[in-house]
Ligand binder design. Structure first.
Ligand SMILES: Cc1ncc(C[n+]2csc(CCOP(=O)(O)OP(=O)(O)O)c2C)c(N)n1
Ligand SMILES: [Mg+2]
Length: 325
């Protein structure tokens, strides 16, 4: 079987396909949002695709992920049906929360997507609860929790690391450090840019990895996930990356003044998809024709999701209080 760097060709292609799917899905939202049919706020994942794709390609269907407000990429990479996501964004009854949750409340239990929450840091204690259950049942599941650098400001981060380390839980903490929490830069909120080192006092593995290099993301996550599955306890991985768009919404925001345009430009040059595409082409692992075929296929799938969402019905008045706790 053809391999590169010990990664099978089929996995390398899945990496590209998953990143493309996330990127094109988000771009479709940007295109459709001005029609004002999607009433949900959206926290777009553009620029961070390598992290969701690289991590989730190491997971089995039974493994759990827990996510946050910037969740589309995680859910797509873990295998959620695009139709169901799109329907939820359109507030339709066929969405995963029957149209009552919107973008920040995606869930798909059968694919191990245990829910996403807009409360910064909230998913971490829930993820280690699930990991504790897996340990007690010995079901060999791994729980992965995605959170931003902003969630590291929260007490729940330390409590969760502490407990996961103490019990050697099969829990992987994935921090997507994009250097901002809303419009607040990392160093205005934390004394040092050293998130991965927070693993040290808990005596667990802490890594800092280029989050825009999918091969590095994949390999680092693979080691951590396999180790956790073998019973060796949790890990904290800090992936460094950047979001292209405003914190919430579909526009660029460099004119607001909290981050310079040059910074955005530098990161756009460092696009994880462009980098990986060039790498595959340079190493003759894919042809331009094949890339175009993959892209066309993804675009068709996204288009179908839009048609499905638009054609679905809104929840009725009589359903308003169903599934509400
Ligand atoms: C407990 C809590 N505090 C504040 C907020 C408001 N809020 C929503 S997203 C966000 C920033 C999150 O930043 P980060 O964790 O770095 O994720 P990113 O948006 O950069 O992906 C804040 C402060 C919230 N939702 N929950
Ligand atoms: Mg952030």
């Amino acid at each position: 079987m053809k391999r590169h760097n010990n990664i099978p060709l089929i996995t390398l292609r899945k990496m590209l396909r998953t990143m493309f799917t996330i990127r094109r899905f988000e771009e479709k939202i940007i295109q459709l949002y001005p029609q004002q049919e999607m009433k949900t706020p959206v926290h777009l994942y553009l620029g961070q695709e390598a992290i969701a794709a690289g991590v989730c390609l190491n997971l089995e269907k039974k493994d759990y992920i827990f996510s946050n407000h910037r969740n589309h990429g995680h859910c797509i990479a873990k295998g959620m049906d695009l139709k169901i996501i799109m329907a939820e964004l359109y507030g339709k009854q066929t969405g995963c929360s029957r149209g009552k949750g919107g973008s920040m409340h995606l869930v798909d239990i059968k694919n191990g997507i245990m829910g996403t929450s807009a409360i910064v840091g909230a998913a971490m204690p829930i993820a280690i609860g699930a990991a504790l259950a897996s340990q007690m049942k010995n079901d060999k599941r791994v729980s992965v929790v995605f959170f931003g650098d902003g969630a590291v400001d929260e007490g729940a981060f330390h409590e969760s690391l502490n407990f996961a380390a103490l019990k050697r839980l099969p829990a992987i903490f994935i921090c997507e450090n994009n250097f901002y929490a809303t419009n607040s830069p990392l160093l205005a909120r934390q004394p040092a840019d050293n998130i991965f080192q927070r693993a040290k006092p808990y005596l667990i593995k802490g890594l800092r990895v280029d989050g825009n290099d999918i091969i590095k993301v994949y390999k680092s996550a693979k080691d951590a996930i396999e180790s956790a599955r073998r019973g060796n306890g949790p890990a904290l991985i800090e992936y460094r990356t950047y979001r292209y768009k405003q914190h919430v919404g579909t526009r660029y925001d460099h004119e607001v003044g909290y981050r310079p345009k040059e910074e955005l430009d530098t990161w756009i040059k460092n696009c994880p998809i462009k980098r990986f595409k060039n790498f595959l082409l340079k190493n003759n692992l894919i042809s331009l024709d094949e890339i175009e075929r993959i892209q066309a296929c993804i675009d068709r799938e996204i288009e179908e999701a839009v048609v499905f969402a638009k054609n679905s019905r809104f929840p009725g008045k009589d359903e308003l209080l169903e599934d509400v706790y």
